[in-house]
Write a protein that binds this ligand. Structure first.
Ligand code: PLP
Length: 382
């Protein structure tokens, strides 16, 4: 197999220059070279987040940042409303509960839109402002559902609850103006749309969140952002940072801004609509029905009747070197997922769809050769 294509919802492919940047010599993480590097990449990341607030780079996966988002701004017993319509929303709620939060879950079926009306009603009845935070996953990678952050922000209005948002699989790929949307705490991971390997996470905190941090009583140590703030003033991190990832981050951000934010958003939108068009041409059903909720970075598709998604995945990999993902948690065995984020381009997607056509045909699904590829090409050229 000469060309492998990673079409899973992360880790996403990275540009060769970013991979090369990883093979750096080691240097002193408490010296001037690191201080200069962290200052530069922190400033660039603030442009990605569209925030002027504090932003920290953590050596952790996305879940570490999720934990940081909970433990730094809240106290045990705090009432937290968690919006859940997938695996990661569930994880966010579970972390908040694990640290003693009084979590109220507003759940919707996985793949269905969030219950915005229930959130509105819950906040309206909260006359004494006892709700301290709302947790939400912007882009549910487990279902391919992009939740409506603009709407959630509007519903929150001037209720003092902090808005804590997981943008692990959307930041960079979608216009996400953190300050304008009034997101108090926003975090993402390096391995999705931001052209990097796993290993770093990024988290921003609004002024309001930072005030709340001063009275937060949840236990914390590795992810204590007050300590991170002190050290950042000296151009350092509290603990040894993942130096190769930091060096690669500079390279990745340069590539990101060379493409341009708007172009990057448009590329992700095009790839998503191509995958959805191809699914429909194949007579398959995307899990997320409404276009306005379709994720630009990951598409979940119902397994064809009588065909094992697992077999399809294995065949795609063995015959064509194309890796797609299965369902997670409650959706295991029901869907397959195509990731179209990071250093993936239109022709990777066309190749993936062509392989999908061939494999589905071999597995006995009725396929007219070239129909899905044609639909994808059309979607991509609009
Ligand atoms: N949140 C979302 C939306 C994700 O897609 C993921 C990972 O796939 C995570 C959180 C967890 O990130 P990590 O696996 O880097 O801990």
């Amino acid at each position: 197999m000469f060309n492998k294509r990673l079409l899973i919802p992360g880790p996403a492919p990275i540009p060769p220059a970013v991979a090369r940047a990883m093979s750096t010599e080691m240097f002193n993480h408490r010296g001037p070279r690191f201080a200069e590097l962290i200052a530069e990449v922190t400033a660039s990341l603030k442009r990605v987040f569209q925030t002027e607030s504090r932003l920290f780079i953590l050596t952790s996966s996305g879940t570490g940042a999720m934990e940081a988002a909970v433990v730094n701004f809240l106290s045990p017993g705090d009432r937290i409303v968690s919006l859940v319509n997938g695996l990661f929303g569930d994880r966010f709620a579970s972390i908040a509960a694990a640290y003693g939060g009084n979590v109220e879950r507003l759940e919707s079926a996985w793949g269905e839109p969030l219950d915005y009306a229930a959130l509105e009603a819950r906040l309206r009845e909260d006359k004494d402002s006892s709700i301290r935070a709302i947790t939400v996953v912007h882009n549910e990678s487990s279902t391919g559902m992009m939740n409506d952050l603009e709407k959630i922000s509007r519903i929150r209005g001037d209720h003092p609850a902090l808005l804590l948002v997981d943008t692990v699989s959307s930041m960079g790929a979608v216009d996400l103006p953190v300050d304008r949307l009034g997101v108090d705490v926003c975090f993402t991971g390096s391995q999705k749309a931001l052209l990097l390997p796993p290993g770093l996470s990024f988290i921003s905190a609004s002024e309001r969140a930072w005030k709340a941090a001063a009275s937060s009583k949840m236990p914390k140590y590795y992810f204590n952002l007050q300590t991170a703030e002190e050290l950042l003033k000296k151009g350092q991190t509290p603990f040894t940072p993942a130096l190769p990832q930091f060096v690669a981050l500079r390279e990745a951000l340069q590539i990101y801004f060379a493409e341009g934010r708007e172009n990057c958003y448009a590329r992700h939108r095009r790839m998503a609509s191509a995958v959805r068009a191809a699914a429909r041409a194949l007579g398959l059903e995307p899990l997320v029905k409404e276009e306005r909720f379709a994720s630009p970075t990951v598409t979940a598709i119902m397994n064809p009747p009588n065909i094992s998604g697992k077999r399809l995945q294995v065949m795609m990999l063995e015959r064509f070197g194309i890796e797609i993902a299965g369902g997670q948690g409650a959706l295991e065995g029901q869907i397959f997922r195509v990731g179209h984020l990071g250093a993936v381009d239109g022709l990777d997607i066309i190749a993936g769809i062509s392989a999908l056509e061939i494999c589905l045909q071999l597995l006995g699904h009725p396929v007219k050769a070239g129909e899905a590829v044609g639909a994808a090409e059309e979607a991509m050229s609009t």
